[in-house]
Ligand binder design. Structure first.
Ligand code: NAD
Ligand code: TDX
Length: 351
């Protein structure tokens, strides 16, 4: 750490992805006396150009590496002596997990184990696992008074959600068996800047801007509970610092919308015709409705989301309009060449 004393040293895994990068920006901005180390493999979903604005920040270090690489992870913990670990790194797209479950099990379960083993060996104040509402399965469309609480049984539908649930159980087991200090957060669907354009909202924005068809699965009646990404970051910050050891916290803002409503909102904002909507074959095992009851997180930690969906979606659309090159590079595949171009010749010099 080159002789500088930081109040806290925080490992953020998956920080080159959507939520992780937003969390890196949030933490560097909010805690100028913290060191933030991002460990990210830069898979297809990781984009180092997203982190470009903070690469030269002396409080930030980027390390390219795999959370399942035990030697690399152990050496990093030995060198950095982290106080906090926030594990965002994951394979995160449900459709990909249906195509090829293997890498989901490897990264999401075994990667979490490797990080927790290193956390045990070197001692951390808190290991925080970023989980998802998908571990609870789904709710019926016709019972709108039902919500997921932290006590709702785990009941997964996709290889993705099963891998996240397995990781959650392992995290709880490390707490009970090895006394590893942990917390788990289970959040609803996020949206906002830097989301990879394979997920519903950025996919629809980027395709609508090019007048391409908008593929809606089934009848578009599935309901998701949308949360602006910065509200997720503030919740994790509170849980990390003030959450109780061993506890699970639900995060969500009661912003339920059908997929069709979301797509129509995007079309309206972009002044594009509804004729772009194309109904396509449904996702296998498609969850009907997610809806989070966040009252424990509000009651115990005072967390409140601040962005309503109607405002957040406008901000998000504006971001995609203002940052066209970010997602166009992804669609062209150019971003995958970015690391090699920018850092290939200075491998090891990214600290
Ligand atoms: P993302 O796919 O945008 O980013 C994942 C990041 O992890 C990428 O930068 C990728 O390079 C990195 N990564 C993947 N495998 C890795 C490995 N083996 N080692 C190191 N890094 C690796 O995902 P996201 O949407 O930002 O989600 C982040 C976390 O939040 C995930 O754990 C996800 O399950 C959870 N989550 C997401 C949402 C959502 O709506 N997106 C909601 C609730 C929870
Ligand atoms: O092209 C599409 N058409 C469509 O109708 C896509 C990509 C999605 N959909 C539907 C499927 C879902 O009902 O939109 C909804 C949202 O789909 P995704 O963006 O793939 O998200 P979801 O499957 O709900 O999972 C997300 O939220 C929970 C994240 O990807 C997960 O990482 C998180 O855990």
């Amino acid at each position: 750490m080159k002789g500088v004393e930081y109040l806290m040293n925080v490992l953020v895994t998956g920080g080159a992805g959507f939520i992780g990068s937003n969390f890196v920006f949030y933490m560097l901005n909010k805690y100028p006396d913290y060191r933030i180390v991002c460990l990210d493999l830069l898979t297809y979903a990781g984009n180092l150009s997203t982190l470009e604005p903070v690469m030269a920040n002396p409080n930030f270090r980027f390390v390219k590496g795999d959370i399942t690489d035990r030697e690399l992870v152990t050496n990093l913990f030995k060198e950095e002596r982290f106080n906090y670990v926030v594990n965002f790194a994951a394979e995160s797209h449900v459709d990909r997990s249906i195509e090829d479950p293997g890498v989901f099990l490897k990264t999401n379960i075994l990667g979490t184990q490797v990080l927790m083993d290193a956390s045990r060996t070197y001692g951390v104040k808190r290991f925080h696992q970023v989980s998802t509402d998908e571990v609870y399965g789904d709710l019926p469309l016709d019972k709108t008074d039902l919500f997921f609480t932290e006590e709702t049984p785990i009941h997964t539908s996709s290889p993705y959600s099963a891998s996240k649930a397995a990781a959650d159980l392992l995290v709880q087991a490390y707490n009970r068996t090895f006394n590893l200090p942990i917390t788990i957060s289970r959040c609803s669907n996020n949206y906002g800047p830097y989301q990879f354009p394979e997920k519903l909202i950025p996919l629809m924005i980027s395709r609508a801007l090019k007048d391409d068809s908008l593929p809606v699965y089934g009848k578009g009646q599935n309901v998701r509970d949308w949360l602006y990404v910065e509200d997720h970051c503030t919740a994790i910050d509170l849980i990390l610092h003030r959450g109780k050891d061993g506890e699970v916290y639900n995060i969500g803002g009661h912003n339920e919308r059908t997929n069709l409503e979301v797509v129509k909102t995007i079309l309206k904002e972009l002044d594009k015709p509804a004729s772009l909507i194309t109904y396509v074959k449904d996702r296998a095992g498609h969850d009907m409705r997610y809806a989070i009851d966040p009252s424990k997180t509000k009651r115990e930690l005072g967390w409140e989301p601040t962005t309503l969906f109607d405002d957040g979606i406008k901000q998000t659309i504006k971001w995609y309009l203002d940052n066209r090159s970010w997602w166009e590079n992804i669609i062209n595949g150019d971003y995958q060449k970015y690391y090699t171009r920018m850092y290939g010749s200075r491998e090891g010099a990214t600290t």
